[in-house]
Design a protein around this ligand. Structure first.
Ligand code: ADP
Length: 670
């Protein structure tokens, strides 16, 4: 629900940002354009006033030249000379006239650069203009200009001209007028500085924008810049129009706009890149979020406690499983240094030392170590801790990471299974002892009967001393007593072996020679062998080293296997085939063997496939009086020693039971 909302908000914000930037850019470009335009207009305006100033000062200079011309009393020739000189120098003056005070033309001179302008229609057409200018000049006592007028020319074109009239005053009296005729077009061409005009067009217009004279190219188009200035002359006012096409080339009218546009484009590109970067960031953020969520889910569902410590031993991280295990909140554990709050007070010192040594040495056992932790309610529980150095992304060692397993349940199960194993063993032993007892009673009957008959015989000998010579009596008695002693000793051995078997001893491991093991069980094995008419063959290879084992238990295994083998042969026809073989040799291996192999081979009926699969199942038996505990017990004992119990069919008949025991030596690990 939150995500789509966020996405919509983000898109709206982005759209807003793009719109803002775009409008800002458009405004900037527009403003820059306007600024440039106003700059051009200002410059044009300035240029126009310059032009006006140029024209005005040119006209003033000309008036001064007119005033300096010889007139009045001077000869006409001198005037004509001066006028011709002036006309040569000033191309803008088309004609100079010396007029009388009644405005009659005394002597006119035309410019040498053009055909005489009034040639086609005569001078009289403009008489009114001249007259008004001269009357104004007279009134002003200075130069005055006429309004401009058009003079058609011989070549079919025409010129817009303007007269200036300057009164000639001699001895305080008006003696005549100097009238000069200007071509407006030439005024623009001659009086205005060439630099100002370059690339622009200058023209004189009337107030209604009718063009009177033009200098420079004609300009058309919507983006022509125009500046107007009034050329205010005594008697006439002209409008000067300056047109420029500056800045019209290209899409961008000028550098500033181009610059702003370029910057805007750059801004757009940056914005685009930023958006792309942002998109990537969002993706990474999203991926990171997913990874974090996954990690969190993983941590939360872990049953193994996790704990991280920095190099100084302070806890930097604990997962929920750890908190639950020690019954404390994460905030109470974090930043906690030694002694940790879950250490039992009586063990804190030992743990502290152990921790210091372990962390300083940097060689942590991979299989971990066991400790006891305490919960705030005082309950203690065993844990298995596995520690590893914490290496960060740049390969720096920043602390220690520990995985902690609560092993109380495991311990409980182990304890239970050990107890039941003990019970099982005890039961098995009792069952066997019961069986042995019946065998013993039967077997002990023999020596006891023998003893009793030897004793009776001896008594009879002693009663009958009269008939027996003392020497013979003594040797007979000696024989009888020594037989008694022999039988008694045999009976004693049988009893002792049973007692050894039944008496529960601590599981002490000791080095025992294989021969010694066989010798220990032999009296009982022989006892039963005799009963079942079985021949026992025993071979011990001399290379077979002493084995490290719990002697009584291994003897029990041998007894069990031997007994089973003998029982398997009891139904055989004839007694010749009833052979039980006991072999001991080093287990087959490449180097010096670290195991000794014990083999018990019978020639019985063998093991049926249905029986084989259940052979080691406790209480599985095929015998009427069997307990079904022997083999399962045997396997447990052998596996406790690190060995292996197996069986296979013997050829041509019978079964081979095989087990291994470790050789006594320093290289052993059990
Ligand atoms: P029990 O001897 O009390 O029956 P065991 O666990 O020693 O208990 O043996 C389980 C069963 O395995 C026996 O009942 C027997 O059927 C079979 N068995 C054991 N050893 C042999 C053997 N050497 N040959 C044939 N069968 C055997």
């Amino acid at each position: 629900m939150l995500r789509p909302m966020l996405r919509i908000r983000r898109s709206v914000l982005w759209a807003l940002l793009v719109a803002l930037v775009l409008s800002l850019l458009v405004t900037l470009v527009w403003l820059a354009g306007r600024y440039e335009n106003s700059e051009i207009e200002n410059r044009l305006e300035r240029d126009a006033s310059e032009v006006v100033r140029d024209i005005r000062s040119g006209l003033t200079r000309n008036i001064q030249s007119f005033q300096a011309m010889p007139s009045g009393g001077s000869s006409v020739d001198a005037w004509l000379l001066a006028a011709a000189e002036l006309l040569r120098e000033h191309r803008e003056i088309l004609r100079l006239e010396w007029r009388s005070d009644t405005l009659a033309i005394l002597s006119p001179v035309n410019t040498p650069y053009r055909p005489a302008i009034f040639e086609r229609f005569g001078r009289d057409n403009a008489q009114a203009d001249v007259a008004s200018a001269c009357s104004a000049a007279k009134r002003l006592s200075g130069a005055a200009y006429s309004t401009s007028y058009f003079v058609p020319q011989v070549d079919g074109l025409g010129l817009e001209v303007m007269d200036v009239c300057l009164p000639i005053v001699a001895a305080g009296r008006l003696s005549g007028y100097t009238v000069a005729t200007y071509a407006l077009q030439d005024l623009l061409a001659e009086l205005v500085s060439k630099q100002l005009v370059r690339g622009q067009s200058l023209s004189f217009t009337e107030a209604d924008a009718t063009r009177l004279a033009l200098h420079g190219p004609t300009m058309r188009g919507s983006r022509v810049f125009v500046a107007r200035q009034l050329l205010d002359l005594p008697g006439n006012t002209l409008v000067l129009r300056l047109e420029s096409r500056l800045g019209l080339q290209g899409l961008f009218p000028n550098v500033l706009t181009a610059l702003v546009t370029a910057m805007s484009l750059a801004l757009m590109v940056v914005l685009f890149l930023l958006a792309r970067d942002m998109r990537r960031r969002l993706k990474v953020e999203h991926d990171l979020g997913e990874a974090l969520a996954f990690r969190k889910a993983m941590e939360d569902s872990l049953v193994t406690g996790l704990r991280a410590r920095d190099l100084s031993g302070r806890i930097t991280y604990v997962n929920p499983a750890f908190c639950q295990m020690v019954g404390m909140a994460a905030k109470d554990l974090l930043n906690h240094s030694f002694p940790s709050p879950y250490w039992p007070p009586e063990l804190a010192d030992i743990y502290q030392q152990r921790q210091t040594i372990r962390l300083a040495g940097n060689n942590l056992p991979r299989e971990g170590h066991e400790s006891v932790f305490i919960r705030p309610d005082g309950t203690r529980f065993p844990v298995l801790i596995m520690e590893a150095p914490l290496i960060n992304a740049v390969g720096k060692h920043t602390g220690w990471m520990s995985a902690i397993l609560d092993v109380s349940e495991q311990h409980r199960v182990e304890e239970l299974s050990r107890a039941s194993q003990d019970r099982l063993q005890a039961t098995a032993r009792l069952a066997m002892v019961g069986e042995m007892a019946s065998l013993l009673s039967h077997e002990l009957n023999q020596p006891l009967a023998a003893i009793s008959s030897y004793a009776t015989g001896s008594l009879n000998l002693l009663k009958d001393t009269a008939h027996t010579p003392p020497a013979a009596l003594s040797s007979d008695l000696q024989l009888a007593v020594s037989r008694i002693a022999e039988q008694a000793e045999r009976a004693g051995k049988v009893i002792k072996s049973v007692r050894d078997l039944v008496r529960r001893r601590d599981q002490e491991r000791e080095a025992v020679a294989p021969q010694a093991l066989l010798d220990a069980v032999m009296p009982l094995v022989s006892l039963q062998a005799r009963k079942l008419s079985v021949t026992v063959v025993m071979t011990v290879e001399p290379q077979a080293s002493a084995v490290l084992c719990d002697r009584t238990m291994v003897e029990q295994v041998l007894l069990n296997l031997a007994r089973n083998g003998m029982q398997a042969m009891q139904n055989l026809e004839g007694t010749a085939n009833r052979v039980l073989t006991l072999q001991v040799r080093p287990a087959a291996s490449k180097g010096a063997s670290r195991w000794v192999e014990f083999t018990v081979i019978d020639q019985g009926d063998g093991i049926a496939p249905g029986v084989a699969s259940q052979l080691f199942t406790p209480f599985f038996t095929t015998k009427v009086e069997g307990m079904g505990l022997g083999l399962s017990l045997c396997r447990t004992v052998i596996e406790q020693h690190g060995g292996f119990l197996s069986f296979e069919a013997a050829q041509p008949r019978g079964t081979i039971f095989r087990f291994t025991l470790p050789v006594d030596g320093p290289h052993l690990f059990l």
